[in-house]
Design a protein around this ligand. Structure first.
Ligand SMILES: Nc1nc2c(ncn2[C@@H]2O[C@H](COP(=O)(O)OP(=O)(O)OP(=O)(O)O)[C@@H](O)[C@H]2O)c(=O)[nH]1
Ligand SMILES: [Mg+2]
Length: 641
């Protein structure tokens, strides 16, 4: 197998910071102190001084990076809302008030985040202004104890006060520094937006918001909202309050959906490209029961399942045990009371239907299973295979891991220690379904890798166009070097060929642009450009110099437009200080070719007379045509190359 030497960067740069912690411990106040934003936006929240629903903010970190913020409510009664936000969190601020210390929802939120496999976080010891230093030290010890054995065991503990501002700059700097270590989300594969809010804006229609958990969503994309199975289109997108053409995984997104009725969709629905997910009434899953679960879990227990932003009631069928004790793990089939969607590997949380205690959670093994009988050996064996990865998944993963280095089935078989014929037939099936692409004879890439790389190309071009609207395109070399950290030269060529074939990107004359891009000039720039062009074309082979051409033009615009015209190939630099219009060069090439077709050779004097120019232009132009391999010099004459 070709070495996956250069791993294509498949994670986005974006991430979500979320709060967690007991009611009234100062989460919302801390987010206000950090970002300036008020996340308690409901009137009831403001009147009661308590968060009820999720709050959202944009956080401009000192380094200039932006993070989305999700502020969760701490009150036990609103845990359902906390759960709708928790799945989107990449970096958690566990808020513990210094005066109260660890409280029940401190532990419960920590349990939930552990089940969801949140990996990074800090502890903010809030209300530090309310305690003295001795107390603060003792609380820190308690907190350290409570974090033992959790993903936050080594997390920094930062005393802060949102009232005096003490510790806030330190916390900001820490979050900024940690940004680099946060495991971010993949842009590979179909995008998915678990919806956490739905509202209407007059004149725009329905807007849904959520944390984009995977992929790249674009304006114009077709969308299916599930489980309702409503089909629509992305009319516009906003990230951090600004309109964008696309949004990458790990961002808070507001998505305006075309022609969708507000009543049709709700928190818990999921937006995704059509045909990727199927609503289901059953899920096979691994269940890890929390150590802190107050009771054993019995078969047929009625539970609330939290998946993405959805809450669904279900009965839990234990497939390989009569009951699960706290700390134990088993295989379960969740029989849902209303349809939902899930993907293999999704994390979920379960709580008892009543009393509402958090039991545990785990990962989805099969998002669309048939109904199983319990203690059935065949069923359990199949689930064990699925949990590890089916042979087909293992093959697809091996190709995906190789990034943009095409993989031959035989090499994958060797790596996976699987029979070559089996791998070959699995590859054929994956190709048939469009998951693998035969990029060269007998060698395959994963389609998601190609898509992600294509996104890098189009994203880079779209940034270039935004920064340099006058330029027709980016030089191919510059684009390649811009992406060289993510894509090697061979992979770059593969991807560029593909995006060209798909009509997303156009490449002409060594320049690459988005197919949709047209150079934008202000009216003044347009006038300047016209002046340059008509000046150059007046006597095409005796063109004035740059200094002559720009006399009388506004200096700044003249410089910008001249550079753009050169960059776009409208003006061609023949030699130091000699510039001709592209049309003049094209005409020269045509005339010289016609002349040489008849006369075989041309001298400098003949060339000069042919174009009606002078020695000053004829000599550099002949050299230019030699360099362009139109002609070839033989002593004092030129021939066709
Ligand atoms: N003295 C002091 N008071 C604080 C501090 N932070 C928050 N408070 C107060 O504590 C109360 C609760 O603060 P919030 O920020 O609403 O707490 P919360 O964690 O968001 O509460 P829920 O969202 O309802 O769980 C408010 O009265 C705040 O003014 C602090 O650092 N020092
Ligand atoms: Mg709050």
């Amino acid at each position: 197998m070709p070495p996956p030497a250069r791993e294509l960067s498949t994670t986005s740069q974006h991430f979500i910071i979320g709060t967690a912690g007991h009611v009234d411990h100062g989460k919302t106040s801390l987010i206000r102190a950090l970002t300036g934003a008020e996340t308690d936006r409901l009137r009831e929240e403001q009147e009661r001084g308590m968060s009820i629903d999720l709050g959202f903010a944009d956080f401009a970190l000192p380094s200039g990076r932006h993070a989305g913020v999700i502020d969760v409510p701490g009150h036990e009664r609103f845990l359902k809302n906390m759960l709708a936000g928790a799945g989107g969190i990449d970096l958690v601020i566990l808020v513990i008030a210094a005066d109260e210390g660890v409280m029940p929802q401190t532990r419960e939120h920590l349990d939930i985040l552990s089940v969801l496999q949140t990996r990074k976080g800090v502890v903010a010891l809030t209300k530090a202004d309310m305690v003295d230093s001795e107390w603060l030290e003792l609380v820190q010890d308690d907190v350290r104890g409570a974090l033992k054995g959790t993903f936050l065991r080594d997390a920094p503990i930062v005393p802060v006060s949102s009232v005096t501002g003490e510790g806030v700059p330190e916390l900001k700097a820490l979050l900024d520094a940690m940004a680099a270590e946060v495991p971010t989300r993949t842009i590979v594969g179909p995008w998915r937006l678990p919806i956490d809010r739905v509202f209407t804006i007059r004149g725009f229609g329905t807007v849904v918001t959520g944390t984009l958990v995977a992929g790249v969503a674009r304006v114009g994309d077709r969308v299916e909202v599930l489980p309702e199975e409503v089909e629509t289109r992305v009319r516009s997108l906003q990230v951090h309050g600004a309109s964008v053409d696309f949004a990458e995984a790990g961002t808070r997104v507001a998505m305006n959906l075309a022609g969708v009725d507000l009543e049709e969709i709700d928190r818990g629905s999921v937006a995704a490209p059509p045909g990727v997910y199927e609503p289901t009434l059953a899920l096979d899953a691994r269940l890890d029961v929390l150590e802190s679960c107050p009771r054993e879990v019995r078969n047929r227990t009625r539970v609330r399942v939290y998946l993405g932003t959805a809450e669904v009631l279900a009965r839990m069928n234990l497939l390989d045990a009569d009951a699960l004790e706290p700390g134990q793990s088993g295989l379960v089939q969740l029989r849902l009371e209303s349809p939902t969607i899930a993907a293999k590997g999704d994390r979920y949380v379960v709580r008892l239907y009543s009393p509402m205690e958090t039991i545990g959670g785990g990962s989805i093994i099969d998002p669309a299973p048939s109904r199983h009988r319990r203690f059935n050996e065949q069923v359990l064996a199949n689930l064990a295979v699925k949990e590890m990865g089916t042979p087909e998944e293992l093959v697809a993963e091996a190709v995906q891991r190789a990034g943009l280095a095409p993989v031959a089935p035989a090499a994958a078989a060797l790596q996976l220690a699987m029979p070559a014929e089996e791998v070959a037939s699995l590859v054929a099936g994956l190709k048939e379904r469009g998951d693998l692409v035969e990029i060269e004879a007998g060698r395959f890439l994963h389609r998601h890798r190609l898509d992600a790389a294509a996104h890098l190309v189009t994203g880079t071009l779209s940034e270039f166009h935004a920064a340099q609207p006058m330029r027709a395109g980016m030089s191919r070399e510059e684009l390649r070097s811009r992406l060289s950290r993510q894509v090697d030269a061979k992979g770059f060529n593969l991807v560029l060929t593909r995006v060209e074939a798909e009509g997303l990107v156009a490449a002409e004359g060594g320049r690459v642009r988005l197919a949709s891009h047209e150079p934008q000039l202000t009216p003044e720039q347009r006038r300047v450009a016209d002046a340059f062009e008509s000046g150059l074309l007046a006597d095409p082979f005796n063109a004035p110099s740059y200094d002559e051409l720009r006399a009388g033009l506004p200096p700044k615009a003249a410089q910008e437009v001249w550079d753009a015209l050169l960059g776009n190939g409208v003006i061609v630099r023949i030699s130091e200080g000699v510039f001709l219009h592209r049309k003049a060069v094209e005409q020269a090439i045509e005339q010289v070719r016609a002349y040489l077709a008849e006369n075989r050779q041309v001298t400098a004097a003949q060339f000069r007379d042919l174009l009606g120019t002078s020695r000053k232009y004829a000599v550099p132009l002949m050299e230019y045509l030699d360099a362009q391999r139109v002609t070839r010099r033989l002593g004092d004459v030129r021939e066709l190359f």
